[in-house]
Design a protein around this ligand. Structure first.
Ligand SMILES: [Zn+2]
Length: 112
């Protein structure tokens, strides 16, 4: 999962460097409002914690696919069969990402 927000001046996604798993976690780390620096145009913007949105990290899903492929090859070499595990691992990784982003996005902080 990655945390992103949109730059007001160039409309590019800004990635928030944080390992917060939920919105309250992010609020605890950064406060209700915090400054973000756009990597694209360099503008510094102030964002409320509710303006941050979680997205699935495609990199992690790709890693899941890679592990699935390796598991399939290993099964093929050892047992001469390809189990469903090659398919199950990427789906598990994908599901975990979807679940994590949903958990983050569905919880909003009460604005003061
Ligand atoms: Zn920008």
């Amino acid at each position: 999962m990655k945390l992103v927000t949109r730059c007001k001046s160039c409309n590019k996604d800004i990635i928030i460097k944080s390992n917060a798993a939920t919105r309250p976690d992010l609020q605890m780390q950064k406060g209700d409002e915090f400054k973000v620096n756009c990597f694209n145009c360099g503008k510094i913007d102030k964002k409320h914690v509710n303006d941050i949105k979680a997205e699935a990290n495609n990199m992690i899903i790709l890693i899941g696919v890679a592990i699935g492929v390796i598991a399939s090859i290993t099964l093929w070499v050892l047992f001469g069969t390809i189990g469903t595990i090659g398919l199950a691992i990427p789906i598990l990784f994908w599901y975990q990402q979807m679940d994590a982003t949903k958990g983050f996005n569905s919880y909003m902080i009460k604005r003061k």
